[in-house]
Each structure stands twice: as C-alpha cells, then as structure tokens.
Design a protein around this ligand. Sequence first.
Ligand code: SF4
Ligand code: SF4
Length: 128
Amino acid sequence: MNIRVIVIGFQSRFFGVCDAASVTERNVVSMQMLLNQDIINKCVCHKCPVQNQSECVHTQMAELKNSLKETPLDPHKIPKAYCVNGKSLCKGIDHSKPCICGSCDVYAKYHLSEGEPGGFYCFEGKSV
Ligand code: SF4
Ligand code: SF4
C-alpha cells in the first residue's frame, strides 16, 4: 500500500506566535507529526468506546481501505488518528465514555500528554 503524507497544518501558525527560544521538545515533536500508515496502524481509536457505537464511524471503518487509497486523503473519512486529523464530523460520538489514547504507542512517541488537549481528539480537536 502506498503511504501518503499530510503535513500537520499548524507549523506556520506556531512560528507566528513563538520565538525560537520558547520551542520545547514537545513542540518540535508535534510539528513533525504526519498522518502516515504507521500512525494509522498504531492508532487504537477503532477499539474506543467513545466512538464504537456511532453508525457513521462504523460506515467509515468499513470504507477505510478505500478511503486510504484516495489522493489526497480526506481526513474526515478516516475514523482514526484524530490527534493529527482533528475532530470527527460523525454524530454518535459519546463524550461520556473513556478515551483510550493513553494506551496508544503514538501517544507515547509524540509526548501527546504534554500537548493540548490531552486526549479526546475526536471531539476536542488535534494535538498542538
Ligand atoms: S493518540 Fe489517540 S487519536 Fe492519536 S493515534 Fe493514538 S489512539 Fe489515535
Ligand atoms: S481520540 Fe481518544 S476518545 Fe476519540 S476515538 Fe480515539 S481513543 Fe477514543
């Protein structure tokens, strides 16, 4: 399968508000976050109770193989990697259930606990 890459979209905004001395390790790592096959493979959102009752998410999951073949990728068709893609547009996301991002290798690798928000990216938006 081809790997297509979307550069996360906040790099220029970030440099617009911070000087170089204030760039932390976490900021540098987050700027390097790319939507790629590795992140999609490691993402555990498909097991998460927050979204696994949503019909819309089920449909997106069933179509995921085809959605990943599209060029460019449409992040809103991919029910995973919300820490990079941002919020889900699906209804049926249940905010009262626990987010399981903390069990994900991507979460540890990119120090996402140090970013904002600290999880629930599917309805809080991507990590910055
Ligand atoms: S941190 Fe959460 S949203 Fe990001 S890849 Fe892991 S499970 Fe998915
Ligand atoms: S971002 Fe967190 S809350 Fe949302 S589906 Fe993924 S693991 Fe669950």
